[in-house]
Design a protein around this ligand. Structure first.
Ligand code: SAH
Length: 260
């Protein structure tokens, strides 16, 4: 269902570090306080936009996105952030764009099948293929043409950022920072196509499904969800993931007018 409201993008970040550098590009900013969140409306590289820091976890993400939709009347939502790798083909610095999201800690069995969201009849929620493709194009451009300019040689070497991959697939969310390969292996047995784990995406997916709002989720792999997952975590976001995000969102906004 296409919204009749004027097109307005809702941009969500879970952690302060993930949105670093963005504020200075947002113009004609108005700050609104609601539910202990700061919603910043304005234009981002020309695109009408509301930016918000949701905080970490599914409830924080769901309540924030509900406000974005209901109160700020956004017509589409994008989350940009980091995630743990859940597939051996992925390494730190790769980008995963969700085509589907699942809540890995939802289990109302035997009343409902494991992972199924009661009442929705689904366990997997599909993202907007259009928005995801636009993000993917923007990511491709950034990796090919801008990465070397925006990320220092030292960081590129430290995190091994040569041959960065951009892949689409399944992302799982739950209220747990996964840093245990056994936990990850158990999840992978049940969800063999799983690419990444994080803590917000599938909550956003459920709310957007309820309100029929197109959305997309983009994650830079920050760790391998193992016992080293927390090491260099903030440094990686600061030096790499936040730079990816800025560069990719700039490209995404540049394409936005063609699509809206
Ligand atoms: N140690 C961090 C933990 C933050 S929680 C801190 O002190 O701040 C992790 C955040 O990054 C969440 O917003 C989640 O979406 C994402 N994330 C990255 N790697 C993850 C992993 N291995 N498991 C779950 N979430 C992960």
């Amino acid at each position: 269902m296409k919204s009749t409201l004027p097109a307005r993008l809702g941009l969500v970040f879970a952690m302060e570090e993930e949105q670093q550098g963005l504020a200075e590009h947002l113009q004609d900013v108005q700050i609104h306080l609601l539910g202990k969140r700061e919603y910043r409306s304005g234009t981002l590289w020309g695109v009408p936009c509301v930016c918000v820091l949701s905080g970490i976890g599914k409830v924080a993400a769901a309540s924030t996105v509900t406000s974005l939709i209901q109160h700020f009347e956004v017509t589409q939502i994008v989350l940009s952030g980091v995630a743990g790798a859940a597939d051996t083909s992925l390494k730190v610095g790769d980008i995963v764009i969700a085509n589907e999201l699942i809540q890995h800690d939802m289990n109302a069995f035997p009343i409902f099948p494991k992972f199924e969201i009661p009442r929705s009849g689904k366990s997997r929620f599909a993202t907007s293929s259009e928005l995801s493709q636009q993000l993917s194009n923007a990511a491709q451009y950034f990796i090919q043409h801008e990465l070397a300019e925006h990320i220092s040689a030292a960081s590129r070497a430290q995190f091994g950022l040569d041959q960065v991959q951009i892949v689409k697939g399944l992302i799982a969310s739950g209220d747990q920072f996964i840093q245990d390969l056994q936990v990850l292996a158990a999840l992978k047995r049940e969800l063999p196509d799983l690419l990444a784990v994080e803590m917000e995406g599938a909550a956003i997916a459920q709310v957007c499904d309820d309100f029929e709002i197109p959305f997309a989720i983009m994650r830079t792999i920050s760790d391998e969800a193992n016992e080293h997952a927390h090491l260099n975590f903030k440094q990686f976001i600061h030096e790499v993931a936040a730079q990816y995000s800025l560069g990719i969102l700039r490209q995404f906004c540049a394409q936005w007018f063609k699509a809206n």
